[in-house]
Write a protein that binds this ligand. Structure first.
Ligand code: ATP
Ligand code: SF4
Ligand code: MG
Length: 336
């Protein structure tokens, strides 16, 4: 590479707009999202339910059903290629070949009548027919920390615990050797101790395989030690983005700050965990001006009318609030 030249991002989403429904009934659920990921990087995508995290992630491999979905604007480049204008054949190469997904409910994603080994072979057959062997299935199961993998490969999903099923889902996703693993709430359906094990596994795989991970979760605490960067979504938009450690230590946007404050701290007893007041706005009924204004602790009268841009607030940090670190004073000065 030429000295000083920047490597091409693995993923570059620019001003993405996604709608559901048609004509005047159309509702925009993702509204101008721009995000990029470098090869090998882990990006945590956080935000409350309905903020558009999954829709954004599914758009990467054009996995939304069209209709009712419609890509209404913007661009998505994966390894430099524009996904939204690709032929169906090219998109199939992106799915699995470059981007693989692991979802929340492993039990519902696995086929109950197929042995788990056969399900992994199916994924191999699709993406790497030359590696479609028993040995590769066993290697993949061992890679995700499943003991006695040869024995486990012959089991059916119902013979496994939820944590084990999620490991199988991750093995299936890895079968295609993706450059980007999208893990959408991969631990939400699991017990707390199993959650920690799956996060450990993702950290281990990230180190060993060097693949990028898009980790989607409601829980900022979860991304704290896994993500390199964090993007926070609210009402279909990114409201803050930056290096994980810095953003968690010095949240700029009042919404990020409120999210962090609602994460329980181990060993700390509080009479009541603060929750964010008000309710998450529904697409089609987003508030005017700053979409967070009805719930914002430091809202000013002008916030109702003025639409804030996502702008560089500090080096490497973008925030969609002109008062981050100024009028709110305490907004930026506190620790997570
Ligand atoms: N197939 C669909 N048809 C209509 N609306 C949809 C569809 N899929 C998603 N939406 C809407 O798009 C919005 C964003 O949904 P999305 O699933 O991306 O949220 P999310 O941030 O992933 O939430 P969660 O944390 O609950 O998973 C929601 O209001 C949702 O109701
Ligand atoms: S623009 Fe106003 S309402 Fe929105 S986050 Fe900033 S201070 Fe709060
Ligand atoms: Mg989701």
């Amino acid at each position: 590479m030429v000295a000083g030249a920047r490597a091409m991002p693995l993923v570059e989403i620019s001003e993405l707009q996604v709608e559901f429904g048609r004509g005047i009934e159309a509702v925009r659920v993702v509204d101008g999202v721009s995000l990029s990921m470098a090869a090998g990087e882990t990006l945590g995508l956080v935000g409350e339910s309905g903020s558009g995290k999954t829709v954004t992630a599914l758009s990467l491999a054009r996995l939304l059903p069209v209709p009712p979905a419609r890509y209404a604007g913007g661009a998505i480049r994966v390894e430099g290629r524009e996904v939204l204008s690709m032929s169906p054949r090219e998109v199939r190469r992106i799915r699995g070949g470059v981007v693989s997904y692991v979802f929340q409910e492993p039990g519902t994603s696995l086929n109950p009548v197929l042995r788990v080994g056969d399900q992994i072979r199916e994924s191999l057959r699709l993406h790497h027919p030359e590696a479609d062997t028993e040995a590769e299935v066993i290697r993949l199961l061992a890679q995700v920390g499943i003991a006695a993998p040869a024995h486990r490969a012959r089991e059916y999903p119902h013979q496994m615990s939820g944590g084990m099923q999620q490991r199988v889902m991750i093995a299936m996703a890895l079968a295609s050797r993706p450059r980007l693993l999208v893990a959408d709430e991969p631990t939400t359906a699991l017990d707390v101790t199993i959650q920690a094990q799956i996060i450990d596994l993702l950290r281990d795989l990230k180190g060993r395989l060097g693949m990028a991970i898009l980790l989607i979760t409601h829980n900022l605490g979860l991304v704290g030690d896994l993500a390199d960067r964090v993007a926070v979504m609210y009402a279909g938009q990114v409201v803050e983005e930056g290096p994980a450690a810095d953003l968690l230590r010095r949240p700029g946007h009042p919404y990020t700050r409120a999210l962090i404050q609602s994460v329980p701290v181990l060993g700390e007893t509080r009479a009541r965990l603060p929750s964010i007041p008000g309710t998450v706005p529904q697409p089609g009924a987003f508030p005017s001006g700053c979409r967070f204004h009805p719930r914002c602790a430091i809202a000013r009268p002008e916030c109702r009318g003025r639409v804030p841009e996502l702008v560089a607030a500090w080096p490497g940090r973008r925030v969609r609030c002109p008062y981050a670190g100024t009028g709110g004073g305490e907004v930026c000065s506190g620790s997570a």
